[in-house]
Design a protein around this ligand. Sequence first.
Ligand code: SAM
Length: 288
Amino acid sequence: MSDQAPAVSPGHLYVVATPIGHLGDLSPRAAAVLGSVDRILAEDTRTSGVLLQQLGIQQPISALHEHNERAQTEQLIARLTGGETLALISDAGTPLISDPGFVLVRAARAADLPVVAVPGPCALVAALSIAGLPTDRFTFIGFLPAKGGARRQALASLRAVPHTLVAYEASHRIVDTAADLAAVLGPDRPVMLARELTKRFEQSVSCPAGDLAGWLQADANRQRGEFVLVIGGAPVAASDEVEAAAVLKVLLAELPASRAARVAAELTGLPRKRLYEMALMAGGGDDR
Ligand code: SAM
């Protein structure tokens, strides 16, 4: 009898990460789980069919994507409850990270069914790990809006975030998004662009936001493939001032400018003189 635990247990839902390019990144455990479950749920059965064929895995496969996830979830929960083992995979990387699966995983947890992660590749983590930007805290913003106005608005709402931002982007929008980064966050904001991670034409570049669109336009090949953008956080002074402006706004509703500046200085630790200037600019009355 083998002393190795079986790869899967009855009634479990396995959330399995698959490669984001390089087949060698599929873990032996992921292969064992995919080769042992009763059924594999895939975002696109044709895309995943190729991967599974390469691995010699012949488990039954069905589609689970954003259009049928809600409709499928009830019967999938019934299958799990009946003791079937299921594996969820997406086209690339970790399911649920800008990919389907949330509805099913939430329902499985609500039904107290075991949900097990089989971790592995994820483009956002891979990009972050090579960006050379702070990783102690970061915000993943998924895909920015496709339309320019909405995209710039979304970026403006993130302008003061002091920690690293990570975004996914498609090839047909990468140049416009790069230009918007510089226009909205400022040309000096540090960025790292990773394209085609783990693939043949993998490339990554670190530069100020103001240089990124030019770098992409210098060679049409640089605009091809899949992209992750890692964006440095707002300079501390800028984010402090945004916070101070919000504090001042509240104070100025009740107090004249100099008193509002004095209270704001105590609350934020910023210089009173600078806060007084900001209060006057915000329309506070000069009572000195
Ligand atoms: N679930 C996946 C993951 O774990 O990274 C991401 C799925 S999302 C629909 C696809 C996006 O991820 C692409 O448009 C691109 O922004 C990013 N991406 C995926 N693979 C990539 C790669 N090899 N290099 C760079 N970005 C990649």
